[in-house]
Design a protein around this ligand. Structure first.
Ligand SMILES: [Zn+2]
Length: 387
């Protein structure tokens, strides 16, 4: 589709360069040596961006159930929309850490800030780094108990819960740039709202698993065949179990322009919000899903999208982009030998997945046309190899 850079509200630094014409046809993503994977980390600002990465599973030792390569390719778009401030952030870190048997893990997340950008920026800067630390600890614990049923899933869940809690604990000291503690950046002089927080929807891809941790009302949706499968449940204060939890600790859900915790916050879980504790908690709900050959896309987005676009429609839009989008630059190279002369960090940055980017952009613009009144952030992850 047309470049989205003509819209002043778009934060789209990469928009003009992410079409198929911008792809280097000679660029190939080859087998990635594990020692390089461990150090590869790619982040993008809250602008449009599209990348793809493939990992040949045969490279990974001792991996049960990983006969096939499980690729990941993705594109993203974030728009301020009709608001003058942008408080959403997107964080993309393919191969941000290595799991217990040497498998690469990919991190993709959307954080939707409210009351200021501080906590969403903190999540963007810190969540993946803290999670990598916690996963390293969890991997050791898992390996010590690997014979126990469910040990691996327990390890993932514990690492995610601890990471959300650690980021939450840093929130009171977060600058609007995301740095913790004293900061001399131009944003540090902004007045800080006493009610500042952020949603977090974090997706981890490892082997044939999709792990989604959610806190707040951003959402993850899996497009599986013709179905839209929600991989998270919104934390709205009037959700019966959430309401019961809030009331059990002495809180109230008050209807003021919709259900709100204490008449203030329109979600029941979030990172930040020290003054709304214990009603508002940062504990994520975690859903672990086994990938299937029917899986087409995973879509992560803030409520600026989901308020006006149904899950199924979002999947349908992504599928249309798959059918009619520009050919992707994604190619699988399976020589079985790693090429140590290639700068894989640079290659990851160069790889493009135009159809994911087009899908994310189209979804964002569709939400705008449907009168979304919020910031809109979308990450579209292609779960199939498309050559
Ligand atoms: Zn700062």
């Amino acid at each position: 589709m047309a470049s989205a850079g003509t819209n002043n509200n778009l934060h789209a630094g990469h928009a003009a360069g992410t079409g198929a014409e911008g792809a280097d046809p000679a660029a190939e993503f080859r087998l990635v040596p594990l020692h390089r994977l461990a150090g590869t980390s790619v982040g993008f600002e809250q602008s449009g961006a599209a990348v793809s990465i493939n990992v040949e599973a045969s490279m990974l030792p001792n991996q049960p159930g990983a006969a096939a390569a499980w690729p990941v390719a993705f594109g993203t778009m974030a728009l301020a929309g009709r608001l003058s401030v942008m408080e959403d952030t997107v964080s993309l870190h393919p191969s941000f850490c290595v799991w217990a048997h040497g498998e690469p893990m990919h991190f993709l997340a959307v954080f939707d800030g409210h009351g200021g950008p501080n906590v969403a920026a903190l999540c963007r800067e810190q969540m993946h780094a803290i999670l990598a630390e916690e996963l390293a600890i969890a991997a050791e614990q898992y390996l010590a108990h690997r014979d126990e049923d469910g040990a691996e899933e327990r390890a993932w869940r514990a690492a995610l819960s601890r990471s959300f809690a650690r980021v939450d604990a840093l929130a009171p000291a977060a600058c609007a740039c995301g740095r913790v503690g004293w900061c001399a950046c131009p944003l540090s002089s902004r007045p800080r709202s006493p009610i500042v927080g952020s949603t977090a929807v974090v997706a981890l891809l490892v082997r044939d698993r999709v792990i989604v941790a959610n806190c707040g009302d951003s959402r993850a949706v899996l497009c599986r065949g013709a179905r839209a499968v929600p991989l998270s449940m919104d934390h709205k204060p009037d959700r019966p179990d959430e309401r019961a939890r809030i009331e059990a600790v002495g809180g109230q859900v008050v209807f003021l322009d919709g259900p709100r915790v204490g008449g203030i916050l329109a979600m029941s879980r979030a990172i930040g919000h020290e003054i709304l504790k214990p009603e508002v908690i940062c504990e994520p709900e975690i859903m672990i899903t086994i990938r299937s050959d029917d899986d087409d896309f995973l879509i992560l987005a803030s409520d600026g999208l989901w308020d006006v676009i149904l899950n199924k429609m979002a999947c349908d839009v992504a599928m249309e982009c798959k059918k009619y989008g520009s050919p992707t630059s994604f190619r699988v190279v399976g020589s079985g030998q790693a090429d140590h002369n290639i700068d894989y960090g640079t290659l990851v940055r160069q790889q493009l997945e135009p159809r994911c980017y087009e899908a994310a952009t189209l979804l964002g613009r569709l939400a705008l046309n449907r009168q979304s009144s919020d910031n809109i952030s979308v990450v579209v992850i292609d779960l199939k190899v498309r050559v």
